[in-house]
Design a protein around this ligand. Structure first.
Ligand SMILES: C[S@@+](CC[C@H](N)C(=O)[O-])C[C@H]1O[C@@H](n2cnc3c(N)ncnc32)[C@H](O)[C@@H]1O
Length: 199
C-alpha cells in the first residue's frame, strides 16, 4: 500500500516536472523517463534545463550536439521543431538509443532529422555540413575537454549562432565555469546553462 502511494507520488512529481516542456517533448520525456533507465536519468539534461535549451534554440534549425548519451536531448530538440536537424557526436555508442528513437514516433520524421556520429566532440564538421546555429556542449564537463570542444567548433558556427554549455555553475562540474571564464566568453547563465551569444 505504502509502495503504491510512493509510486503514485513519483508519477505526479514527474508529470509536474514535465509541465515546463512543449507538449510533444513532454510526451516523449514522460515515456522515456518511466523506463527507469538509470544511465539516461542521470546523464540527460533535466526537464528545466531542457526547457531552457529549447527556448534558447527558438527557430534555429541547424543544431550540433556534443555528447549524445542515449539521445534524449537530441530527440527533444528534433521533436520541438519539425524543420530542425540535429547532428550529434559521441564516440561511445549506446544501444538504448534505438528504443528511444522508436519511442519518439515515426510521425514527426525525427529519425531522419537526427544524425548520430560515432566521433569525438573535437572532430568538427564534415565537408558539406551546414554551419550550426546552435552548438550544445554536453560532452565531458572537465575544463580541458570543454576548451577542446569549443575550440574545435568556434570558427565554423553560423553568424548568429549561440553556444550552450551544459553543467555551468554545477558544483560537480567546476571545469565548465573555468573553461567559460578562460575563454572570456560574453554571455549569461540561465537555468544551469551558459549561453554565449554570437560574438
Ligand atoms: C552527459 S552525457 C550526454 C547527455 C545527452 N546530451 C542528453 O542530454 O541526453 C555525456 C556524453 O558524452 C559522451 N562523451 C565522452 N567523451 C566524448 C567525446 N570526446 N566527444 C563526444 N562525446 C563524448 C559520453 O559517452 C556521454 O554519452
Amino acid at each position: 500500500m505504502a509502495r503504491a502511494g510512493a509510486a503514485v507520488r513519483g508519477e505526479l512529481r514527474l508529470m509536474l516536472s514535465l509541465r515546463v516542456l512543449p507538449a510533444r517533448v513532454a510526451r516523449f520525456c514522460w515515456r522515456a523517463r518511466r523506463s527507469g533507465d538509470r544511465f539516461s536519468l542521470d546523464s540527460a539534461a533535466r526537464p528545466p534545463e531542457l526547457a531552457e535549451l529549447l527556448a534558447l534554440a527558438g527557430d534555429r534549425t541547424t543544431v550540433v550536439e556534443l555528447g549524445t548519451g542515449t539521445a534524449w536531448s537530441a530527440i527533444a530538440m528534433a521533436l520541438d521543431r519539425r524543420a530542425r536537424r540535429v547532428i550529434s557526436y559521441d564516440p561511445c555508442v549506446r544501444l538504448e538509443r534505438d528504443a528511444y528513437l522508436e519511442l519518439a514516433g515515426a510521425g514527426a520524421g525525427v529519425r531522419e532529422r537526427i544524425e548520430l556520429r560515432e566521433e569525438s566532440d573535437s572532430a568538427g564538421p564534415r565537408a558539406g555540413d551546414p554551419p550550426p546555429a546552435l552548438l550544445f556542449i554536453d560532452s565531458p564537463h572537465d575544463r580541458e575537454s570543454v576548451l577542446t570542444a569549443f575550440n574545435a567548433w568556434r570558427d565554423v558556427l553560423a553568424l548568429e549562432a549561440i553556444v550552450v554549455f551544459h553543467g555551468y555553475g554545477h558544483p560537480g562540474y567546476p571545469g565548465v565555469s573555468e573553461a567559460v571564464s578562460e575563454l572570456r566568453l560574453s554571455g549569461r547563465e540561465t537555468g544551469g546553462l551558459f549561453v554565449r551569444w554570437a560574438p
